[in-house]
Design a protein around this ligand. Structure first.
Ligand code: RI2
Length: 355
């Protein structure tokens, strides 16, 4: 299943290989994961990231556990629960582990069934992301017609491309589809502090695809919207409640507020596996990941001689607080772009379309 647009694949020995996203865009490093514990670590230290891909690596991690522990289903389950808690916010992770454990529970041939299911989850994401691309691109075309635009300006936050969900992403899938349809697009790429997934990863993807884009400091979006320089915003999601509240990368809420104030349509793209039907009020019920404050203090990059390395940018001894995500209330969201079509961010609409 190796391909240019898959950040994870199984090698000929059945080990999991992943593109180490911590080193992009300046270095390309591939990591081999051979155990469930290594999968847990790769998710928690963000070797792999993005809601969809951490679900994929979690599924593959359960398959690696089946390789380690054979038919010992109780042991596999115990170890799988460690993978399940490797990051708290993106619900695809829990969804994928639960689906794998369900298959294993019923299986008489644990290893081959686990491997087949993990591969199926990845392959399904390819189809989901393709459909999300088409649904989202129809919206792009509609906005262009309504505003009589020759070129559309789309703002995105973080990275929700093929590095985040195979093999064309969520928020970037409609943009890739627009490119295929010959639509002229320009993307405003929020840098996305502190880990800079926009500046490092989204820009890298868009450059590779030949899509016109500009990286902006995180606080720029509101200004651009006030000056009519953003026609729509599309982000990915880590968890969406049954009432339509969206947890996504920290800073998403502020962009949605600015979009609302300036009548800029604000869309969220997600596969159905990102819905959390157990919760309604995202502000109260979604667990927001707190990450190491080192991510605030230290940045990675290359120096003037092209040598990669880290740089501390804050005073020694200064305190940092690193909230990984925030929640955008449903009322600020124009629509949810899913493989089941465009859904209003509203409990009744979500239930009708999905249940
Ligand atoms: P998909 C990211 O989190 C961001 O919140 C981003 O919007 C999302 O995952 C993309 O995932 P992180 O894992 O919506 O970089 O594409 O912390 O599945």
């Amino acid at each position: 299943m190796q391909g240019k647009y898959r950040p994870i694949w199984l090698n000929d020995n059945g080990d999991l290989e992943v593109l180490d996203q911590r080193y992009l865009p300046h270095e390309t490093k591939i990591r081999k994961l051979t155990t469930g514990a290594e999968a847990t670590e790769a998710i928690s230290n963000m070797t792999v990231r993005g809601a969809g891909v951490i679900g994929n690596v979690a599924a593959m991690g359960v398959y690696l556990l089946a390789r380690e522990f054979g038919d010992d289903k109780a042991r596999i389950k115990d170890e799988a629960l460690k993978i399940r808690s490797s990051r708290p916010t993106a619900v695809n992770l829990m969804w994928a582990v639960d689906r794998m454990l369900d298959i294993i529970e019923k299986s008489d041939n644990v290893l081959s069934d686990a491997k087949a299911e993990a591969i199926a989850i990845c392959d399904e994401d390819v189809k989901r992301s393709e459909t999300i691309g088409k649904v989202g691109c129809d919206i792009i075309e509609k906005i262009m017609q309504e505003k009589n635009l020759k070129k559309i300006n789309i703002l995105t936050h973080c990275n929700a491309g093929w590095l985040a969900i195979i093999d064309s992403g969520t928020a970037l899938a409609p943009i890739y589809e627009a490119k295929r349809r010959g639509i002229d697009v320009h993307v405003w790429v929020d840098e996305t502090r502190p880990r800079n997934q926009g500046a490092n990863l989204t820009s890298w993807e868009l450059l590779d695809a030949g899509i016109d884009h500009t990286i902006i400091a995180d606080n720029t979006g509101g200004h651009l919207m006030q000056h009519n320089m953003v026609d729509m915003a599309i982000t990915g999601a880590d968890r969406v409640t049954r009432c339509g509240d969206v947890a996504n990368k920290i800073g998403t809420y502020l962009k949605a507020l600015a979009a609302n104030d300036n009548s800029v349509p604000f869309y969220v793209a997600l596969p159905l596996s990102t819905f959390d039907f157990e919760s309604c009020n995202g502000m109260k019920e979604i667990d927001i990941e707190m990450r190491s404050e080192d991510e605030i203090h230290i940045m990675r990059g290359i120096d003037s001689e092209g040598k990669p390395g880290e740089l501390r940018i804050t005073p020694e001894g200064a305190k940092g607080a690193n909230y990984g995500f925030d929640v955008t209330p449903a009322r600020l969201i124009t629509g949810l772009i899913t493989e089941a079509g465009l859904i209003e961010a509203d409990e009744k609409a979500i239930k009708e379309l999905i249940c």
